[in-house]
Write a protein that binds this ligand. Structure first.
Ligand code: F0G
Length: 456
């Protein structure tokens, strides 16, 4: 059969409230044209993020009921720890309430002011946590990543030559860790190849630098390795995951992505001394090391989700359904980042709205317009998110202005996606009438969450 179907049936539903364009105009106006500031009930299709928004399975819901809420040494903790160890293979597991909590612990323990942390591309919270302790977050994406339209299998790879150059320039002692984000979210959701993980690991270890993987979308990345990298076609995704993490010294994970959980995360390491330091800080701000800010039931849901996400029928459907949206848009001539990655479809907003300059935020203008058109919420990944330098306070255009439609796991069907495609095509047709934006108020960092805008 050629038709790829959802490998699940739907047992429970949530109603969607429809809104009119007039209602949406009022909602947007009150929110200062920032889609983070509107109510979810005013959204028809919510593609703001794939984080914490997935549908849990009947098994995960059943596991919630088995949650052990004991403060220390809960059964849930041991089930969680066993799942993480089995899948990722690290001896030390530290639970956190979400990915950025793991990032904060990591940054506080590992990074001294002036130190440098390279990554293929830092996610915004990773960058902010590194910068918050005085470190420098450096992006070293591979050359292919610069061409958004180029069809290349592993545009999430790190530029190894640039990494070598950076190490020579700043010195290995100034680099407390090298990171790889799989898949590369800010770089368009592109996967990192096994070959790249292996090479970066070799180089890191040659210089005595540990390699940490930002593992948020590890299963999607592993599946794309199976599909696209020579030599992996016949290897089960579970084994690909084991090989990926065998090259690393640890990982940081947001369980809100590839563990189907609504909340949760963890940090893993092979370094026992580092783990002790991390746990000391964990107790101070997150919780005792056997729950780390999570309820026992959350730990249990994550333990189930981590195994479930490795189901290859699920991954096949997942990647294919994202590709479906990207292909539908491409067929209509809409500039999307190619090839489509795992969790999201990214539109190149500078090409979609070519007469809106980057400092008038074409990605945000597109986000606002699509919401007005059809109540669809996506997110700008561009100059609003990355344009302001936290140290100097200066603003400059980000490398790209993308508009991301993140697809929550197992939430929407194909007809929901057809609706989204139709809405984008309508906006595309009257592109020239869309105006740029200016910022009227913004906080000192992570401004995209709370800045307010006006049309120019
Ligand atoms: N790393 C990556 C690559 C991420 O995509 C995220 C979150 C985090 C770390 C932080 O994890 O949210 O659990 O604290 N990304 C979400 C997104 C928010 O929409 O892409 P968190």
């Amino acid at each position: 059969m050629k038709t790829v179907i959802e490998p699940f049936r739907i047992k429970m539903v949530e109603p969607i409230r429809f809104t009119t364009r007039t209602e949406r105009e009022q909602v947007l106006h009150a929110a200062g044209l920032n889609l983070f500031l509107i109510r979810a009930e005013d959204v028809i299709i919510d593609l703001l993020t794939d984080s914490g928004t997935g549908a849990m399975s009947a098994e995960a819901w059943a596991a919630l009921m088995r949650g052990d809420e004991s403060y220390a040494g809960a059964r849930s903790w041991y089930r969680f720890e066993a799942a993480v160890k089995q899948i990722f293979g690290f001896p030390q597991v530290i639970p956190t309430h979400q990915g950025r909590a793991a990032e904060r612990l990591f940054a506080n323990v590992l990074i001294q002011p002036g130190m440098v942390v390279p990554n293929n591309t830092h996610f915004d919270t990773t960058r902010a946590n590194i910068e918050a302790v005085g470190g420098k977050a450096i992006d070293l994406p591979c050359l292919e990543a610069n061409n958004l339209a180029l069809e290349a299998p592993f545009k999430g790879d790190m530029d190894v030559a640039a990494l070598e150059h950076l190490i020579a320039e700043v010195g290995a002692d100034k680099i407390p860790a090298i990171m790889l984000t799989v898949t590369n979210n800010s770089g368009g959701g592109q996967p990192v190849s096994m070959a790249n993980i292996r090479t970066v690991s070799k180089l890191a270890h040659f210089y005595g630098i540990p390699l940490y993987i930002d593992a948020c979308r590890f299963a999607e990345n592993a599946y794309l390795i199976q599909q696209r990298e020579a030599g992996y076609q016949n290897m089960p995704v579970r084994e690909i995951v084991q090989e990926m993490f065998s090259y690393a010294d640890g990982c940081l994970m947001s369980a809100k992505k590839d563990a189907f959980a609504n909340i949760g995360g963890f940090l893993c390491t092979r370094d026992d001394r580092l783990a002790e330091e991390l746990r000391r800080l964990l107790i101070l701000t997150e919780g005792f090391p056997t729950y780390g800010g999570l309820a026992g039931r959350d730990l249990d849901a994550i333990a189930v989700g981590l195994h479930e996400v490795l189901d290859e029928d699920y991954l096949h459907y997942r990647i294919r359904s994202t590709q479906y949206v990207a292909d539908q848009l491409q067929e209509r001539g809409i500039p999307v980042v190619r090839p489509s990655g795992g969790h999201a479809v990214y539109i190149d907003a500078r090409r979609f709205l070519p007469y809106i300059p980057p400092l008038q935020y074409p990605g945000q203008a597109l986000a606002v317009e699509l919401y007005l058109e059809a109540g669809v919420r996506g997110v700008e990944v561009g100059t609003v998110m990355f344009g302001r330098n936290a140290h100097t306070g200066k603003e400059k255009p980000a490398k790209w202005d993308l508009f991301r439609l993140a697809i929550p796991r197992r939430i929407y069907t194909q007809s929901h996606m057809d609706y989204v495609v139709e809405a984008i095509a309508q906006v595309w047709q009257r592109g020239e009438q869309i105006r740029g934006l200016k910022i009227v108020s913004e906080p000192p960092y992570l401004r995209h969450f709370s800045a307010r805008f006006e049309w120019i």
